[in-house]
Design a protein around this ligand. Structure first.
Ligand SMILES: [Zn+2]
Ligand SMILES: [Zn+2]
Ligand SMILES: [Zn+2]
Length: 414
């Protein structure tokens, strides 16, 4: 079984870490326990050059880091090196049926040659150089057509489909049906990305989406954020294996999810006024901020309620398996009383991974006793509560991540 994270960004994308290099992506995939990682940003020439320099072909349609670029020789190296699959994201901004649409799409390709070909075609349409995730004034339907004409084995996946500002079904600039977006090419879309603020059980509330595979990715802008969502693939290690899993569900065993409450757009709200509202409360205020009178940002939970034709919890169709996790540094931070990015949490994290194995192994497989043998009992208790779903949330809203509580106030002191 491989954990695959297919949507990430390189250091060529805006607002990303300078550490989004092949070396650090490889290192962090090993720490996390990711077997297959998207390269991100294939449209960017500089990134393609870097990938060509630092990766070598591995199994069919996949790449791995060249030996001489491995980092941290004595650390994490024993975990197997991830395979890279060529991927990228395109932001389409265009007018359709009288409204401005802003939709992000993920593309997977079987190799860097195909990436070169597709990038050449897209270069004639817009600027691919200023951002690893380029903005094109290209209708998604036409983008899909160009992608498939260039490479019949390509995979096209609408990204984080509920995000209010930049997605297929987004409240502000999306569509109300998939057919309105892709028209005659709708049958060529087989998979949808859930995004951090929603999980499969929420999406299955809309029967129009029953035929689609649901996949989950981190959309990481720094290597330490890899794998905060991912896909469980029981496949042959090859591009064809990935294609069959994403397009047909063959070997797609399920997904690893963020708690949707942790996502940045779960609830409605207005960040400037520190106001987070449930869909019901937002409707009471008629979608305007009661503090300043501006428009509220409609969250994913509300948006799904607008289109859903099934009640909450009424799954009807057989949804695939999924599990919800919180990244280990955040759990350590909550237990130690420091931020996940702090030095103390980082060093505790690294020591645990060295002694116990990958982050996913720690979060998903090890017993609480095994975990406390290489950390504190508080951390193993935190992970135990996480596995039980015993987590209290203040949901994310309007671009602000949600926050969680694993322990009652005062409980950690004991
Ligand atoms: Zn995006
Ligand atoms: Zn992205
Ligand atoms: Zn406000």
């Amino acid at each position: 079984m491989y954990i695959a994270d297919l949507h990430i960004h390189s250091h060529y994308s805006r607002a990303t870490s300078k550490d989004c290099t092949p070396e650090y992506l490889d290192l962090w995939s090993r720490r996390k326990g990711i077997g297959i990682l998207g390269t991100g940003d294939f449209t960017h020439r500089g990134w393609r050059e870097e990938l060509k320099e630092k990766l070598i072909p591995a199994e069919e349609g996949l790449y791995k880091l060249k030996k001489e670029f491995f980092m941290d020789k004595d650390y994490g190296i024993e975990f197997s090196s991830p395979r890279f699959v060529v991927s990228g994201e395109i932001s389409s901004i265009y007018k359709k049926n009288g409204r401005v649409r802003k939709v992000h799409s993920i593309i997977l390709l079987p190799g860097l040659e195909e990436a070169e070909l597709l990038a050449k075609k897209l270069e004639s349409i817009g600027n691919l150089h200023s951002d690893g995730r380029p903005i094109l004034g290209l209708d998604c339907r036409d983008l899909l057509e160009i992608v498939l004409e260039t490479c019949s084995q390509a995979v096209y996946i609408p990204a984080h489909i509920w995000t209010p500002h930049f997605s297929l079904f987004g409240a502000f600039s999306g569509f109300d049906s998939i057919e309105e977006c892709f028209e005659d090419l709708t049958p060529y879309v087989h998979a949808l990305e859930t995004g951090l603020s929603s999980d499969p059980s929420m999406i299955r509330r809309w029967s129009a989406l029953d035929r689609f595979q649901l996949i989950s990715n981190s959309d990481a802008h720094s290597p330490s954020k890899l794998g905060r969502e991912g896909n469980l693939l029981d496949i042959d290690l090859s591009y064809t294996g990935i294609w069959n899993a994403v397009q047909k569900g063959e070997g797609l065993k399920g997904t690893i999810e963020f708690f949707p409450e942790e996502g940045k757009y779960h609830y409605d709200g207005h960040r400037k006024c520190n106001l987070c509202l449930s869909p019901e409360a937002a409707e009471e205020y008629a979608g305007t901020c009661p503090a300043c009178g501006r428009k509220l940002t409609t969250g994913v939970f509300h948006r799904i309620q607008q289109v859903a034709d099934r009640k909450e919890g009424d799954l009807a169709g057989e949804g695939k398996y999924f599990e919800k996790l919180i990244p280990l540094p955040e759990i350590i931070g909550a237990c130690m009383g420091y931020s996940a990015a702090s030095k103390r949490v980082q060093s505790q994290y690294e020591s645990m991974v060295k002694k116990l194995g990958t982050e996913f192994h720690i979060l998903r497989d090890l017993s609480p006793d095994e975990i406390s043998s290489a950390s504190f009992s508080l951390i193993s208790e935190g992970i135990r509560r996480l596995r039980e779903g015993n987590v209290e949330w203040s949901p994310g809203y309007d671009g602000e991540y949600g926050t969680f509580r694993l322990f009652e106030p005062g409980e950690t002191k004991k």
